[in-house]
Design a protein around this ligand. Structure first.
Ligand SMILES: C[S@@+](CC[C@H](N)C(=O)[O-])C[C@H]1O[C@@H](n2cnc3c(N)ncnc32)[C@H](O)[C@@H]1O
Length: 311
């Protein structure tokens, strides 16, 4: 058994070991689980420390599972802890934790991707966007398959000041697990800025960034080309890169924030000049090309192009 978590006012039940989790929750794949669940309280304390001072704070933990991070949050003497867990098998263990810390814990058996965060905390905690962040924190260690769509949704919420950011510049401390087979986790702490670094609609920024990074190891022009329809693609990509002052042979991860800003601003101007541009969908174009090619296919079958391999 791991050492019990301690707080001044109450004593939490000990964290189960990986073997106990497998038995208790009838789970399989011990190797994978031991990477996904954080069962060392020294490590979970370290992660929770990254969130800053949590005494008397309102915290939402996403995906508490067996409750390692949960214990560390409670040990930080928070005012209220909201737990959102999708897997019903973890609920009884979380209820035990809730009983050990009376009046502190609220458990929601639900999906964080659909949970209405704009109603999750008391209204009196709301702060103006320009003020200091509210005393509300989101903390979580989620699998990659969930954390990626979730962070995109939350970044959109930041830009629209809705969802968890109805309360102001709510802070988030999230762990991102590396590839399956690696045990390392990266802890990232986010505090929304008062002014965005790029003053364009979220959908436009997301489209540009997603396009650049779809070929992350290639020169950045390769991804940027996909913003434009085939007719005039080369010319418009050149125009975008020249106006934005971006060297086309940089790799996506070498681009600076100001280069992304220039790209977004220039692309916005191009979209304003051509109303059909923003809705252009490169993948849709590829699909249509493939369908046409299949229709025209005769006895001699051409090799698939690199583009079509992406479909
Ligand atoms: C990688 S485990 C981490 C568990 C625990 N936080 C820890 O660090 O040991 C991810 C947890 O998130 C839960 N989960 C996965 N998808 C979820 C979702 N969409 N909404 C809420 N919880 C989710 C899983 O059931 C699991 O308990």
């Amino acid at each position: 058994m791991a050492a019990p978590g301690r707080v001044a006012a109450f004593r939490l039940p000990p964290l189960p070991t990986i073997g106990e989790i497998i038995k208790l929750y009838r789970l399989k794949a011990q190797r994978q689980l031991s990477q996904n669940f954080l069962l060392d309280l020294r490590l979970t304390d370290k992660i929770v420390k990254q969130a800053g001072e949590l005494k008397n704070a309102h915290v939402c933990e996403v995906g508490p599972g067996p409750g390692g991070i949960t214990r560390s949050i409670l040990s930080a003497d928070v005012e209220q802890l909201l737990l959102i867990e999708k897997d019903a098998r973890f609920i009884p263990g979380l209820q035990m934790l809730s009983e050990a810390a009376p009046g502190k814990v609220r458990i929601v058996h639900g999906d964080i991707l659909t949970y209405k965060m704009e109603k999750a905390f008391p209204k009196h905690l709301k702060k103006d966007w320009e003020d200091e962040p509210p005393d509300i924190h989101i903390i979580g260690n989620l699998p990659f398959s969930v954390s990626t769509p979730l962070i995109i949704k939350w970044l959109e919420n930041v830009s629209k000041k809705d969802g968890p950011f109805t309360y102001g510049r709510t802070q988030m401390t999230l762990t991102f697990q590396k590839e399956v087979g690696e045990v390392d986790v990266a802890v990232v702490h986010f505090t929304p800025l008062v002014q965005p670094k790029i003053q364009q609609p979220f959908e436009l920024v997301e489209k540009v960034v997603r396009s650049v990074f779809q070929f992350r190891r290639k020169y950045c022009f390769r991804g940027l080309e996909t913003l434009f329809p085939e007719s005039g693609r080369l010319k418009r990509t050149e125009q975008l890169m020249m106006t934005a002052n971006v060297d086309p042979t940089l790799r996506p991860f070498q681009l600076s924030m100001s280069q992304f800003r220039n790209l977004c601003n220039t692309y916005r101007k191009m979209c304003d000049e051509d109303s059909s541009l923003f809705v252009f969908d490169y993948r849709e174009e590829l699909k249509q090309k493939k369908t046409t090619r299949n229709l025209l296919k005769s006895t001699s079958q051409p090799e698939q192009t690199e583009e079509e391999d992406q479909l």
